[in-house]
Design a binder for this molecule. Structure first.
Ligand code: GAR
Length: 197
């Protein structure tokens, strides 16, 4: 049975594009929805051009009422009936109830070698710490932020002259390799972590 994949984004959606492009041919999954918390997210236009259904649930319309925002997002997702949800640059923290609803079926990509540098500003923190390597992690989403079981990692060296921007660009290239590879394996039922150099 082909797996149905929903992808959540907040911005440009370069990871979403790589994921969607990968789901062709004998791939066991297909993209059924790209949703964003920002109606102006550039990735929504790209998804539409790729022929993928889109939805926008503007978190600003809900103020501090996260429960109502998540209920609206949940309704969009349930309409699409995904088997797998991929967070791909989705910059809202999701509550425990929402996360539990999709436990074991929701993946996230994070721009650090978890468990190092959960949260934001990962590249600046890695440089400031004097680390010699950085990278990205795909993991299952659990209620604790950036903390679920690791499904794959890719590493990049940190150069002496790296800025957070230059490092982010090199890590993003690896994200584009890692996430489609992990999604394919996950859709095939593989749960062993994929470690790329
Ligand atoms: C990516 O680097 C992703 O790892 C990061 O946001 C970027 C989104 O880029 N995600 C997080 O920081 C999640 N906390 P994209 O929109 O081009 O895929």
């Amino acid at each position: 049975m082909t797996k149905r994949v929903a992808i959540l984004i907040s911005g440009g959606g370069s990871n979403m594009i790589k994921l969607a492009q990968s789901m062709t041919g004998d791939h066991p999954a297909r993209p059924v929805l790209v949703a964003s918390n920002d109606p102006a997210a550039a990735g929504l236009d790209v998804a539409r051009e790729m022929g993928i259904e889109t939805a926008a649930v503007d978190h600003r319309a809900y103020g501090r009422d996260r429960a109502s925002f998540e209920a609206a997002l949940l309704a969009e997702l349930e309409r699409a009936a995904p088997d797998i949800i991929c967070l791909a640059g989705f910059m809202r923290v999701l509550g425990a109830e929402f996360v539990s609803r999709w436990e074991g079926r929701m993946l996230n990509i994070h721009p650090s070698l978890l468990p190092k540098y959960r949260g934001l500003d990962t590249h600046a923190r890695a440089i400031a710490a004097g680390d010699t390597e950085a990278g990205c992690t795909v993991h299952l989403v659990t209620p604790a932020l950036d903390d679920g079981p690791i499904l794959g990692q890719a590493r990049v060296p940190i150069r002496a002259d790296d800025t957070p921007q230059s490092l982010a660009a090199r890590v993003l290239e690896q994200e584009h390799r890692l996430y489609p590879a992990v999604l394919r394996r996950f859709a095939e039922g593989e749960r062993q972590p994929l470690m790329l150099d």
